[in-house]
Every structure is written in C-alpha cells, then in structure tokens.
Design a protein around this ligand. Structure first.
Ligand SMILES: Nc1ncnc2c1ncn2[C@@H]1O[C@H](COP(=O)(O)OP(=O)(O)O)[C@@H](O)[C@H]1O
Ligand SMILES: Cc1cn([C@H]2C[C@H](O)[C@@H](COP(=O)(O)O)O2)c(=O)[nH]c1=O
Ligand SMILES: [Zn+2]
Length: 279
C-alpha cells in the first residue's frame, strides 16, 4: 500500500510526494486537510492542493475570469474547454480549476499527453514553473485501465492538458461526461503554428458547457497575442518545444513573422538545392 497524505482527495499519478509539487520559490505553499472520501485505492494517492500553490499572482496579463467552477457534485457530467496560443496560461488555468475542484472536496486526476516530454513525463508544468503530478498517456482510452476501475469510478473531475495530442479526445469526453458523469476540464491549443485547427480540440466544442480562449502577450509589441509563431524552419505539425521554438504574437506580427520565416525557409531550401547540384 502506498503512503497517503491525510485527507487528500485528488487522484494523482504515482510516484507522488508533497515535494513533487513545485511552484516558484516566491510562492510558498502548505498542505491542509479536507475530510476524505471512503476510498480504497491501491495505486493513486490523495492530495490536497493549497490554493496558494496555484496563486493568481502567476496569472498571464490577459487572465480572464472562469466561466463556471463547479460548486458541488453534479449527477450530470460537464465539459469545460480552455484554448489559446502557447504561453496564454492554459495550463495555469487548468491547474487552478483542478485546485478549486479539489478544494470543494471533489476527487481529481490530471492527464497529459506522453508526447510532451518537456519537463519529464510525470508532471504537468507551466511555463513559469507551477508543477503538478499527472498521468502521462498515449491515448485517453487507456486511462480507466491505467488508474483502475474502482479509482475511475470514484473520480469526480478529470483534467486533460496538451489536448491537441489526443486523437480520441472526442470519444473520451463524451463517455466521461455523458455516460460516467465526470467533469472534464480540457486545456489545449486551438490552432497550430499555421493557425490550422490542431488535433481534435475544436471538435469537442459542441460537447462543452464552457469554452474559454485565453490570450498571451505578443513578444514583439506587447499587445494581446492570439497565435503561436514557430521560429524555426521545421514544418511538421507536431514539434515539442517552448520559448526556444515558439513565440506568442498578435495578428500583425503573426502575418509579418510568417512572411519573414517563409522567406528564410525558401532561401534555405534553394541554398540546399544549389549545394546538392554542386555535389
Ligand atoms: N513569451 C514567453 N516566454 C516564456 N514564458 C512566457 C511567455 N509569455 C508568458 N510566459 C509565462 O508563461 C505563463 C503561462 O504558462 P502556461 O500556463 O504554461 O501557458 P500555456 O499552457 O498556455 O502555454 C505566463 O504566466 C508567463 O509567466
Ligand atoms: C504551435 C504548436 C505547438 N506545438 C507543441 C509545442 C508544445 O510542446 C505544445 C504546446 O504547449 P503549451 O502548453 O500550449 O505551451 O505543443 C506543436 O507540436 N505544434 C505547433 O504547431
Ligand atoms: Zn505584436
């Protein structure tokens, strides 16, 4: 039997200890207890998340209010969708919503795509350092089996980060909310670096109780940023990276940035071709 922390309610991926929650040093945190549910789970641990851990002081400049935070257990499921470009605070918003649900005494678990290897597999980490243990999965359909049926049945709230990488997002949200009565909170990119619909994120809008599009700050002018510009010459849709590869931009700088990058790309391509023909 894995050690548990008294009164914890969140179902968090093992291995987990309080020390695995890392937040910026300027934002101290402490654990507190809530009455625990009658759970007999062999694997997941129970966690209380102190609100100060997910302090609003780390909010993005464009932080918007949460449209709906569930106050009590609902017999019906819910789907809430958080979208926006990179660096908009999607993960921060997801972690805050999860914390709010946990504070309301609901049992929560968080999933992220195994494709996102940026900060190790077992944690969701925001760009400014908030960290929460999670279940890293290839596909969402494996979640119930991974967590265990009993644990799944006890869950009230499921958070999903990097939702653009899950092909079975629609079916999972449908089943979790409609059939199993779960509250599903989904965070992901609505668009890729070419502003095309990314994965299945937009497909779940018709399933949603609420949709929130967050914005970042344009790295070039400071205005609101709606888009993500890729700074490199790579062209595949999926390319894991952070500020080294991507930057948030406003419409004007997306357009001018794309022109610069596409020009650079075609210059590089023609240089490669020329080099090839000299060989
Ligand atoms: N251009 C940037 N480069 C690096 N970090 C940024 C940039 N813009 C904002 N941030 C930080 O990223 C935080 C949001 O991180 P996160 O919640 O992980 O965003 P998202 O999940 O939308 O990518 C902001 O609060 C801010 O501190
Ligand atoms: C625009 C864009 C992004 N990605 C990748 C890059 C990151 O690994 C994630 C997004 O992370 P965040 O939590 O929203 O910051 O997605 C990609 O693969 N392709 C793209 O076009
Ligand atoms: Zn701009």
């Amino acid at each position: 039997m894995l050690p548990t922390i008294s009164g914890m309610k969140s179902l968090i991926s093992p291995p987990f200890s309080p020390l695995s929650l890392h937040f910026p040093k300027t934002k101290p945190f402490a654990f507190f207890s809530l009455p625990s549910k009658k759970l007999n789970l062999s694997n997941p641990r129970f966690l209380h998340i102190n609100p100060s851990m997910l302090s609003p002081t780390s909010s993005t400049p464009s932080q918007q209010s949460h449209p709906e935070t569930t106050q009590s257990s609902s017999p019906c499921g819910e789907v809430h969708v958080i979208v926006g470009p990179m660096f908009a605070g999607k993960t921060t918003a997801l972690l805050r919503r999860i914390q709010a649900e946990s504070s309301n005494g609901r049992t929560v678990a968080v999933i992220k795509s195994i494709k996102d290897t940026r900060y190790g597999l077992d944690s969701i980490v925001t760009h400014d350092g908030m960290k929460l243990p999670c279940w890293p999965l290839t596909n969402l359909s494996s979640f119930r089996q991974k967590i265990g049926t009993d644990a799944y049945d006890q869950l009230d709230v499921i958070g999903i980060d990097e939702a653009q990488f899950f092909e079975d997002l629609y079916d999972f949200c449908c089943e979790a909310a409609d059939r199993d009565g779960k509250t599903v909170i989904v965070a992901g990119l609505d668009g890729d670096y070419l502003r095309r619909s990314f994965g299945s994120v937009l497909d779940i809008i018709p399933l949603a109780n609420s949709v929130m599009k967050l914005t970042a700050r344009c790295e070039l002018c400071g205005k609101r940023a709606f888009f993500t510009l890729r700074k490199t010459d790579e062209t595949q849709t999926e390319l894991i990276g952070g500020a080294d590869v991507y930057m948030p931009v406003c419409r004007q700088h997306y357009i001018s940035g794309q022109v610069v990058i596409e020009t650079a790309r075609s210059v590089l391509e023609s240089q490669k071709l020329q080099c090839g023909s000299y060989k």
